[in-house]
Write a protein that binds this ligand. Structure first.
Ligand code: SF4
Length: 628
């Protein structure tokens, strides 16, 4: 059973939420470390548990259960017995906790009288025993000294001894060694470790020092601006911290052999007395994108660690020392998707023994790049292989060759499912892409459940947000797909893709089955979502008017190959390849009553089973010459 269970704790000081929706637990015999910079809310969390908040402070909601009893509900008189009794606290500066004009023996005796009813000789003997337990040398004599006569390390030990007078089940240690020399720090931490093990106490250790956490904690919670942003087992946390803030804390550490400047975390913890939107770390985060500024990230579980970051699990992996280089790499944007030499060849089997008689080269050596928050349109006639590219990227079709790197990770057959969180697909036909027997809410929940996105209890709320985001009515979740129009179904399909918070959405002709007015709504929606969420799109289409509206970059595909790539502005207004020129001039325009002329294509696209020799486009190209 949990010794301490803190649930959704919110603490306010005047108008500032200094602890915001914090939940964690501490088991008997374990040390849970709360880590973070000053101002992150660690100490306020501890003071909230003790109900020792400064003037103007109050716990406005949440529960703090100690052995199953919510101490927030106890009358103050009972709380006084809990404080220093079942739950004790030691502070950074012992002089603030010790009375300078009372001898140490008396001060410990008072605590023993209050919590154990001891007095006289029994109290003196017990006080001596406690000083022995915390390693104060010559304990009998020290009982008759004043705090100012002791060194910092001894004063800290005395305070620990005093905190043990009530035989606490939980010891809260708030930066207990920050004011001490490193050698004394090691001794005091040894004492705390020994006491915890002997007495099976739970310990809440508050510190900004990663070294202290590494040596003493069983589990770790990282706080930033009043919120917990990462929690997990110590070893997993140290092997691979997941949150950008945690990683930057590591990077700021001096390491043996470092000769350059240390990495700093730019900026400061934000003020908490103002409304905060989105991720609170966004102003300091090198990975922040549009969505981070609008939407507060929910909890996600990555390798057993809980993380609050929109990019959880998608940041480049690596141990902390390797991280700095990557942070700098991200500051100079890296492609979100990098495809090199992608081939998809389908074997043609013939005869009784189904021998391979040849290959359909549906995709033949395609290379593409998409940056975070950008749209690459993949354009071409039907049968050119563009949909196959989209499916191969998600490994819905197995590629024959080539590499696909998404968010810094190579997609292989093994990790394809897990990477599907980062990339989702919206298909052409909204009528057949939704299961008619599932209610819309269940359609949206299916992906979240399968990929373990967010906390299960929050998923219904996420569904409501998604429906709102794509402009569907509140009650849409309870209805079946057949109750919706084509445009609305495509909105449902988009919401389904967004449900797992992807970074890349592959849209395969998503508006080609829709009326032009509905198409405009869906295109506007996709653009809005990109601005708000920082999504990247691979937009597969044959419609150049749509490309002009939505795309930043364009790749033109013909018979399995990319024939021209460039920015949308360059490619649409000054196409170089004869095929692109032909496509552009074929776009019907309102001003078509003026004869715009241009290149016209003749004939059909040849079969990819038997593509023409040389340039695949040569049989249809008005400019073809011998060399082609
Ligand atoms: Fe950075 Fe965005 Fe993650 Fe916040 S949610 S930590 S800003 S990447």
């Amino acid at each position: 059973m949990k010794l301490l269970d803190v649930r959704r704790l919110i603490t306010e000081i005047d108008s500032a939420r200094v602890v915001d929706d914090v939940s964690f637990h501490v088991d008997a015999g374990e040390t849970y470390a709360l880590l973070g910079e000053s101002g992150s809310g660690k100490s306020m969390t501890a003071l909230s548990l003790m109900r020792l908040l400064p003037d103007g402070g109050r716990v406005s909601s949440g529960a703090v259960e100690l052995d199953g009893e919510n101490v927030l509900r106890l009358p103050e008189q009972e709380m006084r017995r809990v404080r220093g009794g079942r739950m004790a606290m030691i502070f950074q500066e012992p002089m603030l906790a010790l009375n300078p004009v009372i001898k140490i023996g008396e001060q410990i005796g008072e605590a023993l009288a209050l919590h154990q009813g001891l007095g006289g000789r029994a109290a003196r003997a017990a006080a001596r025993g406690l000083l022995d337990a915390v390693g104060v040398p010559d304990a009998a004599r020290r009982l008759d000294t004043y705090p100012f006569e002791l060194s910092g390390g001894l004063r800290q030990r005395v305070m620990i001894a005093m905190s043990l007078a009530g035989e606490p089940r939980l010891l809260i240690a708030d930066e207990p060694t920050t004011a001490l020399d490193v050698t004394i720090q090691a001794q005091v931490l040894d004492v705390l470790r020994k006491l915890k093990a002997e007495r099976q106490m739970g310990m809440l250790l508050i510190t900004h020092d990663l070294g202290v956490v590494a040596e003493n904690a069983d589990r770790v919670g990282v706080m930033y601006a009043g919120e917990l942003v990462e929690q997990g087992e110590r070893d997993a946390f140290f092997a691979a911290p997941q949150h950008p803030y945690s990683r930057m804390l590591f990077e700021a550490l001096p390491r043996p052999g470092d000769d350059g400047r240390l990495t700093t975390i730019p900026g400061q913890v934000p003020r908490l007395d103002r409304p905060l939107e989105g991720c609170r770390f966004a102003p300091r985060c090198p990975f922040a994108f549009a969505r981070c500024r609008d939407e507060s990230p929910g909890w996600q579980t990555i390798n057993g660690q809980q993380v609050r970051c929109h990019l959880a699990g998608t940041l480049p992996a690596g141990t902390p020392p390797a991280f700095a280089a990557r942070v700098h790499a991200v500051q100079t944007p890296q492609p979100l998707l990098q495809v090199d030499g992608l081939k998809v060849h389908f074997p043609i089997r013939r005869g009784l023994f189904q021998r391979t008689a040849g290959y359909v080269r549906a995709v033949d050596d395609v290379s593409l790049t998409i940056q975070v928050g950008r749209t690459l349109a993949l354009v071409g006639e039907s049968g050119c292989g563009k949909t196959t590219v989209g499916k191969a990227l998600l490994r819905l079709i197995e590629p024959t060759a080539g590499s696909i790197v998404l968010g810094g990770e190579t997609i292989t057959a093994r990790n394809a499912a897990s990477l599907r969180r980062q990339a989702q697909m919206v298909f052409q036909d909204p009528f057949s892409s939704l299961n008619p027997r599932m209610r819309v809410a269940d359609v949206l929940l299916e992906g979240m459940d399968a990929l373990g996105v967010g906390a299960a209890r929050d998923r219904r709320d996420v569904v409501a947000q998604l429906l709102q985001q794509v402009g569907l009515p509140d009650d849409a979740g309870g209805r079946y797909p057949h109750a919706f129009s084509g445009g609305q179904r495509q909105r449902i399909a988009i919401a389904r893709a967004l449900a797992v918070s992807p970074r890349l959405v592959i849209c395969d002709e998503p508006t080609s089955a829709l009326d032009v007015s509905v198409q405009a709504q869906i295109l506007n929606l996709l653009k809005d979502l990109q601005d708000r969420l920082g999504l990247a799109y691979l937009f597969i289409t044959h419609n150049l008017a749509v490309v002009e509206y939505l795309a930043h970059e364009v790749a033109v595909m013909y018979l399995g190959r990319i024939v021209e790539q460039g920015t949308a502005a360059d490619l649409l207004h000054a196409p170089r390849h004869p095929y692109t020129q032909a496509l552009v001039s074929a776009v019907p325009r309102i001003e078509a009553h003026r004869d715009v002329g241009g290149t016209r294509l003749s004939g059909d696209q040849p079969s990819p089973l038997n593509p023409p020799k040389g340039c695949h486009f040569n049989p249809r190209c008005p400019q073809a010459s011998d060399i082609c």
